[in-house]
Design a protein. Sequence first.
Length: 400
Amino acid sequence: MNRNDFPCLDVKVHNKPLVYFDNAATAQRPQSVIDAVANYYTKTNANVHRGVHTLSGEATDQFEAARESMAKLLNSPSEKNIIFTRGCTEGVNLVAQTFVRSRISHGDEIIVSEMEHHSNIVPWQLLCEQTGAQLKVLPFNDDGELQIELLNDLITNKTKFLSVVHASNSLGTINPIKQIVKMAHAKNVPVLVDGAQAAAHLTIDVQDLDCDFYTTSGHKMYGPTGIGTLYGKMEHLEAMPPYHGGGEMISHVTFEKTVYSPVPAKFEAGTPNIAGAIGLGAAADYILKHGIENINKADTELLDYATKKMLQVDGLRIIGTASHKVSVVSFTLKGVHPHDLGTILDHYGIAIRTGHHCTMPAIKHFNVPATARASFAFYNSKDEIDYFIECLEKAREMFV
Ligand code: PMP
């Protein structure tokens, strides 16, 4: 677990060493992930699951090994519960349009939380438009903590599904997923957990959480873009209809009737993102090798250090002050628009994110048009945070 494992951290921006604090948007990749992708293309490139020839067999072995690594990382009971997707967004859409669509009708209800990423709002709105179901929202308090005590009343006998984020990408809040799942299950409501931000920072045990579905995003957890996974309980995956139709997901096709492949192939129509999956497997192996507890400890130290230092900056307001957070700090600086701040910091070599972070309703809660967001990974350092604070002070002075 070493900063030197991540070659892109050595680049210069505006002739300054890069300070990469945009890890919640996308993390950097270790050399082992880059090598896994490059090796696949240079030494193994072939399609999976189809050929009898050697390369196809090797590509299939690597692809399936990646599924096993992801199963291990999530403590899935089997690798068969792991479906490769394009990312979290596709995972949510898949569940909305298969599992939930097949059991929802006019007047039924779906619950999401106020802090969801748009990818865990819009797919449910689309489903509501298609079916006449209604979207209900579990609110959070001014610290950015979900008001769990309201959940029991929010769930009615019309509630058919609940979808909630494990860790918020804009507020940093870590939600009490096990408790939420328990409350929902007590009323027979299945739960999807959006784990996009969690997989790079937190121990995930889908069996212990007892969630029905869990999505991950490769590029947030040091893997490639355009790849992720959907975990589902086997009884659901077997019962629900396929999402996309095509090759790979069938075992027999006639014009009269098609027999689908068993899970997980049933949900993986077409040639998959083979290199992406292999890269994701390498990212999971990287986390497993170094230990998520160690990664979490380093992240949390940086979060605590940065929070303390940032609160000493005049006019700085932290948006999202939950007691359990991943290493994400959204903030505003009095007198400086977040976009201007982002541009100024970029000139000092610092990459942060500005805007609504694809969580417009969450940002609206705080009556601000946008925030700046610094998000840390274990390979960042306290020296980088000190430099960031210095540059924040400079930016503030430019505008007073
Ligand atoms: N959920 C959350 C909490 C996220 O942060 C993101 C990415 N910003 C997504 C979902 C979407 O993930 P993906 O890029 O894999 O579609």
